[in-house]
Design a protein around this ligand. Structure first.
Ligand SMILES: NC(=O)c1ccc[n+]([C@@H]2O[C@H](COP(=O)([O-])OP(=O)(O)OC[C@H]3O[C@@H](n4cnc5c(N)ncnc54)[C@H](OP(=O)(O)O)[C@@H]3O)[C@@H](O)[C@H]2O)c1
Length: 222
Protein backbone atom coordinates (compact mmCIF):
# COMPACT_ATOMS: atom_id res chain seq x y z
CA UNK A 1 0.00 0.00 0.00
CA UNK A 2 1.29 3.47 -0.87
CA UNK A 3 1.68 6.14 1.82
CA UNK A 4 1.13 9.90 1.50
CA UNK A 5 1.76 12.73 3.95
CA UNK A 6 -0.68 15.61 3.42
CA UNK A 7 -0.33 18.86 5.37
CA UNK A 8 -3.38 20.99 6.12
CA UNK A 9 -5.84 18.14 5.68
CA UNK A 10 -8.55 19.16 8.18
CA UNK A 11 -10.62 21.07 5.62
CA UNK A 12 -10.59 22.52 2.11
CA UNK A 13 -8.28 21.11 -0.55
CA UNK A 14 -6.19 19.06 1.89
CA UNK A 15 -9.25 17.20 3.15
CA UNK A 16 -10.50 16.69 -0.41
CA UNK A 17 -7.11 15.25 -1.42
CA UNK A 18 -7.12 12.99 1.65
CA UNK A 19 -10.56 11.68 0.72
CA UNK A 20 -9.52 11.15 -2.91
CA UNK A 21 -6.32 9.27 -2.03
CA UNK A 22 -8.06 7.21 0.68
CA UNK A 23 -10.66 6.08 -1.87
CA UNK A 24 -7.73 5.10 -4.09
CA UNK A 25 -6.35 2.84 -1.33
CA UNK A 26 -3.60 5.10 0.03
CA UNK A 27 -2.36 4.97 3.59
CA UNK A 28 -2.29 8.57 4.92
CA UNK A 29 -0.56 10.73 7.50
CA UNK A 30 -2.27 14.12 7.92
CA UNK A 31 -1.76 17.30 9.90
CA UNK A 32 -3.47 20.58 10.79
CA UNK A 33 -3.46 22.69 13.95
CA UNK A 34 -7.10 22.04 14.94
CA UNK A 35 -6.89 18.53 16.44
CA UNK A 36 -10.66 17.97 16.60
CA UNK A 37 -11.27 18.83 12.94
CA UNK A 38 -8.27 16.72 11.94
CA UNK A 39 -9.41 13.69 13.90
CA UNK A 40 -12.78 13.79 12.09
CA UNK A 41 -10.92 13.54 8.76
CA UNK A 42 -8.71 10.78 10.17
CA UNK A 43 -11.76 8.80 11.28
CA UNK A 44 -13.28 9.12 7.83
CA UNK A 45 -10.16 8.27 5.81
CA UNK A 46 -8.29 5.92 8.15
CA UNK A 47 -5.42 8.43 8.26
CA UNK A 48 -2.93 8.80 11.09
CA UNK A 49 -3.55 12.29 12.52
CA UNK A 50 -0.60 14.28 13.86
CA UNK A 51 -1.98 17.67 14.96
CA UNK A 52 0.41 20.62 14.98
CA UNK A 53 1.81 23.63 13.18
CA UNK A 54 4.02 22.99 10.12
CA UNK A 55 6.12 25.99 11.13
CA UNK A 56 7.15 24.10 14.31
CA UNK A 57 10.32 21.99 13.79
CA UNK A 58 9.32 19.50 16.51
CA UNK A 59 5.98 18.93 14.81
CA UNK A 60 7.67 18.43 11.45
CA UNK A 61 9.96 15.84 13.03
CA UNK A 62 6.87 14.03 14.37
CA UNK A 63 5.34 14.06 10.89
CA UNK A 64 8.50 12.64 9.32
CA UNK A 65 8.63 9.94 12.01
CA UNK A 66 4.99 8.98 11.42
CA UNK A 67 5.55 8.84 7.67
CA UNK A 68 8.63 6.67 8.19
CA UNK A 69 10.88 5.45 5.42
CA UNK A 70 7.98 4.10 3.36
CA UNK A 71 6.66 7.44 2.14
CA UNK A 72 5.63 7.66 -1.53
CA UNK A 73 4.06 11.13 -1.71
CA UNK A 74 4.45 14.40 0.21
CA UNK A 75 1.73 17.02 -0.34
CA UNK A 76 2.70 20.47 0.95
CA UNK A 77 -0.78 22.00 1.10
CA UNK A 78 -0.98 23.82 4.48
CA UNK A 79 -0.69 27.53 3.92
CA UNK A 80 -1.42 30.96 5.37
CA UNK A 81 -2.62 34.16 3.72
CA UNK A 82 -0.75 36.21 6.32
CA UNK A 83 -2.62 39.06 8.00
CA UNK A 84 -6.25 39.54 6.98
CA UNK A 85 -7.63 41.79 5.64
CA UNK A 86 -4.55 41.49 3.44
CA UNK A 87 -2.55 44.73 3.51
CA UNK A 88 -1.01 46.41 0.51
CA UNK A 89 2.77 46.02 0.32
CA UNK A 90 3.22 49.64 1.45
CA UNK A 91 1.96 48.62 4.89
CA UNK A 92 2.90 44.93 5.13
CA UNK A 93 4.87 44.44 8.38
CA UNK A 94 8.19 42.62 7.78
CA UNK A 95 7.42 40.27 10.68
CA UNK A 96 4.14 39.24 9.08
CA UNK A 97 5.93 38.49 5.82
CA UNK A 98 8.51 36.42 7.71
CA UNK A 99 5.69 34.42 9.36
CA UNK A 100 4.04 33.85 5.98
CA UNK A 101 7.32 32.58 4.53
CA UNK A 102 7.87 30.36 7.59
CA UNK A 103 4.60 28.51 6.91
CA UNK A 104 4.43 28.65 3.11
CA UNK A 105 8.09 28.25 2.12
CA UNK A 106 10.44 27.20 4.94
CA UNK A 107 8.13 24.52 6.36
CA UNK A 108 7.52 22.81 2.98
CA UNK A 109 11.27 22.82 2.25
CA UNK A 110 12.09 21.44 5.71
CA UNK A 111 9.54 18.64 5.24
CA UNK A 112 10.96 17.89 1.81
CA UNK A 113 14.46 17.68 3.29
CA UNK A 114 13.23 15.35 6.05
CA UNK A 115 11.62 12.82 3.71
CA UNK A 116 13.72 13.18 0.55
CA UNK A 117 16.07 10.20 1.12
CA UNK A 118 13.10 7.82 1.33
CA UNK A 119 11.34 9.45 -1.61
CA UNK A 120 14.44 9.09 -3.77
CA UNK A 121 14.75 5.42 -2.89
CA UNK A 122 11.08 4.69 -3.62
CA UNK A 123 10.93 6.96 -6.68
CA UNK A 124 8.23 8.91 -4.88
CA UNK A 125 6.66 12.30 -5.53
CA UNK A 126 6.21 15.77 -4.06
CA UNK A 127 3.17 17.95 -4.73
CA UNK A 128 3.54 21.57 -3.65
CA UNK A 129 0.29 23.55 -3.74
CA UNK A 130 0.87 27.05 -5.05
CA UNK A 131 -1.42 29.67 -6.55
CA UNK A 132 -1.99 31.99 -9.49
CA UNK A 133 -1.06 34.70 -6.96
CA UNK A 134 2.53 33.44 -7.46
CA UNK A 135 2.57 34.82 -10.98
CA UNK A 136 -0.16 37.53 -11.15
CA UNK A 137 0.01 41.06 -9.77
CA UNK A 138 -3.15 41.09 -7.64
CA UNK A 139 -3.36 44.09 -5.30
CA UNK A 140 -2.96 43.12 -1.60
CA UNK A 141 -1.80 39.58 -2.50
CA UNK A 142 1.91 40.58 -2.42
CA UNK A 143 3.04 38.81 0.76
CA UNK A 144 1.16 35.57 0.09
CA UNK A 145 1.97 35.76 -3.63
CA UNK A 146 5.68 36.25 -2.97
CA UNK A 147 5.68 33.19 -0.70
CA UNK A 148 3.96 31.09 -3.36
CA UNK A 149 6.41 32.37 -6.00
CA UNK A 150 9.26 31.27 -3.72
CA UNK A 151 7.65 27.84 -3.29
CA UNK A 152 7.31 27.57 -7.08
CA UNK A 153 10.98 28.35 -7.68
CA UNK A 154 12.10 25.96 -4.94
CA UNK A 155 10.03 23.31 -6.70
CA UNK A 156 11.48 24.22 -10.09
CA UNK A 157 15.07 23.81 -8.89
CA UNK A 158 14.24 20.70 -6.85
CA UNK A 159 12.80 19.10 -9.98
CA UNK A 160 16.11 19.74 -11.76
CA UNK A 161 18.14 18.40 -8.83
CA UNK A 162 16.10 15.26 -8.08
CA UNK A 163 15.56 13.18 -11.21
CA UNK A 164 14.33 10.16 -9.23
CA UNK A 165 11.50 12.11 -7.58
CA UNK A 166 8.48 13.56 -9.41
CA UNK A 167 8.16 17.19 -8.29
CA UNK A 168 4.89 18.89 -9.15
CA UNK A 169 3.91 22.44 -8.22
CA UNK A 170 0.30 23.14 -8.90
CA UNK A 171 -2.18 26.01 -8.92
CA UNK A 172 -5.51 24.52 -7.82
CA UNK A 173 -7.52 27.55 -9.01
CA UNK A 174 -10.17 29.33 -6.94
CA UNK A 175 -11.98 27.00 -4.55
CA UNK A 176 -14.88 27.46 -2.15
CA UNK A 177 -12.85 27.20 1.07
CA UNK A 178 -12.24 29.03 4.33
CA UNK A 179 -9.06 30.53 2.88
CA UNK A 180 -10.78 32.17 -0.08
CA UNK A 181 -13.49 33.47 2.28
CA UNK A 182 -10.84 34.86 4.65
CA UNK A 183 -9.32 36.68 1.68
CA UNK A 184 -12.61 38.55 1.28
CA UNK A 185 -13.46 36.89 -2.03
CA UNK A 186 -16.87 35.48 -3.02
CA UNK A 187 -16.01 31.89 -2.08
CA UNK A 188 -19.56 30.66 -2.73
CA UNK A 189 -19.06 31.46 -6.42
CA UNK A 190 -15.96 29.21 -6.61
CA UNK A 191 -16.06 25.45 -7.30
CA UNK A 192 -15.69 23.01 -4.40
CA UNK A 193 -12.14 21.81 -3.60
CA UNK A 194 -13.17 18.27 -4.57
CA UNK A 195 -12.95 19.34 -8.24
CA UNK A 196 -9.34 20.49 -7.89
CA UNK A 197 -8.50 17.37 -5.86
CA UNK A 198 -9.85 15.12 -8.63
CA UNK A 199 -7.80 17.03 -11.22
CA UNK A 200 -4.62 16.96 -9.13
CA UNK A 201 -5.07 13.23 -8.57
CA UNK A 202 -4.20 12.85 -12.27
CA UNK A 203 -0.63 13.91 -11.43
CA UNK A 204 -0.37 10.95 -9.07
CA UNK A 205 -2.28 8.32 -11.03
CA UNK A 206 -0.40 9.14 -14.25
CA UNK A 207 2.92 9.95 -12.59
CA UNK A 208 3.14 12.99 -14.85
CA UNK A 209 6.57 14.58 -15.41
CA UNK A 210 7.91 17.09 -12.90
CA UNK A 211 6.68 20.60 -13.61
CA UNK A 212 4.12 23.35 -12.99
CA UNK A 213 0.48 22.41 -13.45
CA UNK A 214 -2.91 24.08 -13.22
CA UNK A 215 -5.84 22.01 -11.94
CA UNK A 216 -8.05 23.57 -14.64
CA UNK A 217 -5.73 22.27 -17.40
CA UNK A 218 -5.50 18.82 -15.79
CA UNK A 219 -9.30 18.65 -15.54
CA UNK A 220 -9.67 19.61 -19.21
CA UNK A 221 -7.07 17.11 -20.46
CA UNK A 222 -8.47 13.99 -22.15
N1 LIG B 1 -8.92 28.46 -1.85
C1 LIG B 1 -8.42 28.93 -2.96
O1 LIG B 1 -9.14 29.57 -3.75
C2 LIG B 1 -6.96 28.72 -3.30
C3 LIG B 1 -6.50 29.23 -4.53
C4 LIG B 1 -5.16 29.00 -4.87
C5 LIG B 1 -4.34 28.28 -4.03
N2 LIG B 1 -4.83 27.80 -2.83
C6 LIG B 1 -3.93 26.99 -2.01
O2 LIG B 1 -4.55 25.74 -1.76
C7 LIG B 1 -4.09 25.18 -0.52
C8 LIG B 1 -5.27 24.79 0.35
O3 LIG B 1 -6.00 25.95 0.65
P1 LIG B 1 -7.52 25.89 1.14
O4 LIG B 1 -8.23 26.92 0.36
O5 LIG B 1 -8.00 24.48 1.16
O6 LIG B 1 -7.35 26.46 2.63
P2 LIG B 1 -8.17 26.19 3.97
O7 LIG B 1 -9.54 25.73 3.69
O8 LIG B 1 -7.95 27.38 4.80
O9 LIG B 1 -7.39 24.92 4.60
C9 LIG B 1 -6.06 25.07 5.02
C10 LIG B 1 -5.66 23.83 5.77
O10 LIG B 1 -4.31 23.99 6.21
C11 LIG B 1 -4.28 23.90 7.63
N3 LIG B 1 -3.21 24.80 8.09
C12 LIG B 1 -3.13 26.13 7.92
N4 LIG B 1 -2.02 26.60 8.48
C13 LIG B 1 -1.37 25.53 9.01
C14 LIG B 1 -0.18 25.37 9.73
N5 LIG B 1 0.60 26.42 10.04
N6 LIG B 1 0.18 24.11 10.11
C15 LIG B 1 -0.58 23.05 9.81
N7 LIG B 1 -1.73 23.16 9.13
C16 LIG B 1 -2.13 24.37 8.75
C17 LIG B 1 -5.67 24.27 8.10
O11 LIG B 1 -6.03 23.74 9.36
P3 LIG B 1 -5.72 24.54 10.74
O12 LIG B 1 -6.16 25.96 10.53
O13 LIG B 1 -6.51 23.79 11.78
O14 LIG B 1 -4.25 24.42 10.95
C18 LIG B 1 -6.49 23.58 7.01
O15 LIG B 1 -6.56 22.19 7.24
C19 LIG B 1 -3.20 26.27 0.10
O16 LIG B 1 -1.85 25.99 -0.19
C20 LIG B 1 -3.62 27.53 -0.63
O17 LIG B 1 -2.62 28.50 -0.64
C21 LIG B 1 -6.11 28.00 -2.46
Amino acid sequence: MKTALITGASRGLGRALARTLARDGWNLVVDARDAAALSAVAAETGATAIPGDVADPAHRAALARAAGSGLDLLVNNASTLGPTPMPRLASLPAGALADTFATNVLAPLALIQAVLPGLRERRGAILNITSDAAVEGYETWGGYGASKAALEQLSNVLAAEEPDVAVWWADPGEMNTAMLRAAGEDADAAPPPEEAAAALHRLVSGRLPSGRYRAADLAAAP
